[in-house]
Design a protein around this ligand. Structure first.
Ligand SMILES: [Zn+2]
Length: 454
């Protein structure tokens, strides 16, 4: 057994009554947290430790939990942000992924997206997309903890949106997706020392037939795992659901029996009061992609969602996976829309990005806070920067969320492995990987020339 003793000016456990422990320490035993407390109370542990990591001026906090990601999204980095209307997703990203990205294109850009996540302090992701055995390899090789699911769709997803009411259902796509989902559940669940677990992911209720949605729910139940799906995610979805099924997304999913604490709905941008009430009553969890949706020019009705008491965690979706940006937008945009500065505090969004995310994933017994017995997933933020100072310790959460930068994350431990040290990846040559990922993405962009010529 290897023991590591870490000390810092502040330890933020996200558990217990104290927000921060001044002059705190965390003791790791292999992949587990053995003790958390005031450094002087753990002096004997320091003496006995194999390794001592002293972090003056730092804050140690639980690794961030991102409840909605697509590592393959690296191939569309910065490509959709300035495209107006529905165009970013439906004219660029989805056609590129549907028609040009092949299985063998995913690994290297995906690994770079994973490095972005780790370097910015994320330790657990909830991942779905296509070619997911490749994403499972990304999680395995990057050192991330990940919940991975094959995103199953029954149509060319680039043909949804724009208020289209017709669908060219494609049973072959659905069958292939189910096959990939079973492959993951059989071959990846519990792998990489248990860092990888699986879910089942219908793409979205407007891109699957009811038959497929029920089949996927049965598959999730058979394997005892949860669901993860884009939900009320794009403009035009509610209109399609009303036109086709006579009910909005959340009511439709509820009537099919999909909702509950095991269901994570990504975005939930277009939900009305009745749907919010169903989400609350069923214990359905929302992955609030606070930064991504703002780029698209819309936003979920967070004031109502918080007031109702819906479980809310934070997700990046893709393009940027910096959870500090997601936290900041989750705090700020609802203030703009509601005029209420108190709607979400720095402390609230830190909780959403850690323990609340863990709870949505059903993993709060093992991650999301710094407590003895939990997995050794933690990050340290180097606060010896002018943009944090001077400050009173009472304002630590607000200082981190509103003044901090993801580049200040200096240390990252996942499953007890020290993956970032002094701001540098310890296991992966980042610059080499950037070159390789660019080359892989460039080959996709070259093939996709007709798309960009449009
Ligand atoms: Zn997504």
């Amino acid at each position: 057994m290897t023991t590591t003793y870490l000390s810092a000016d502040w330890v933020i456990p996200m558990a217990g009554s104290e927000f921060a422990i001044a002059d705190g320490a965390v003791v790791l035993e292999d992949d587990r947290i053995a003790a958390v407390g005031v450094a002087r109370d753990l002096a004997a542990r320091k003496e006995a430790a194999d390794r001592v990591v002293s972090l003056p001026g730092h804050a140690i906090l639980p690794g961030l939990v991102n409840t909605h990601t697509h590592v393959a999204g690296a191939i569309t980095k910065a490509m959709t942000e300035d495209v107006s209307g529905y165009g970013g997703a439906f004219k660029v990203a989805l056609p590129l992924h549907e028609h040009y990205v092949r299985k063998e294109d995913v690994y290297l850009p995906g690994l770079l997206h994973a490095v972005e996540m780790i370097r910015t302090g994320t330790t657990t992701i909830n991942e779905c997309w296509w070619h997911q055995p490749e994403s499972a390899k990304v999680i395995r090789d990057s050192g991330l903890r990940g919940v991975v699911a094959a995103e199953v769709r029954e149509m060319d997803s680039s043909e949804a949106g724009f208020g289209r009411m017709e669908r060219n259902w494609n049973r072959r796509m659905a069958d292939e997706g189910v096959e990939e989902a079973i492959d993951l559940l059989e071959n990846w669940h519990g792998k990489a020392d248990g860092r990888i677990t699986c879910r089942v992911a219908p793409d979205g209720p407007d891109r699957c037939t009811p038959r497929l949605l029920v089949q996927l729910k049965e598959l999730a139940d058979k394997y005892g795992v949860g669901l993860h799906a884009h939900t009320a995610s794009v403009p035009g979805e509610a209109e399609f659901m009303l036109h086709t099924y006579g009910k909005r997304t959340i009511h439709f999913l509820h009537d099919l029996g999909l909702l509950g604490p095991g269901y994570i709905g990504a975005h939930c941008a277009f939900v009305d009061d009745g749907e919010i009430e169903v989400m609350r009553a069923t214990g359905t969890c929302m992955s609030h992609t606070a930064y991504l949706v703002a780029k698209r020019g819309y936003y979920p009705p967070m004031e109502k969602i918080y007031k109702a008491g819906v479980s809310v965690s934070l997700g990046s979706d893709w393009l940027s996976n910096d959870m500090w940006k997601v936290m900041r937008f989750a705090a700020l945009i609802p203030r703009v829309l509601s005029g209420d500065v108190g709607i979400r505090s720095g402390r609230d969004v830190l909780r959403m990005a850690t323990i609340d995310g863990a709870r949505c994933l059903g993993m709060d017994d093992s991650i999301g806070s710094l407590e003895a017995g939990k997995k050794a997933d933690l990050v340290a933020v180097d606060m010896r920067k002018p943009w944090y100072h001077p400050f009173r310790a009472d304002d630590l959460a607000a200082n981190l969320v509103f003044n901090g930068n993801s580049g200040d994350v200096s240390e990252v431990f996942i499953d007890g492995r020290h993956l970032v040290s002094s701001g540098q990846m310890t296991q992966i040559d980042e610059h080499k990987l950037i070159g390789e990922a660019r080359a892989a993405a460039q080959s996709v962009w070259t093939r996709a020339a007709p798309l960009f010529a449009r």
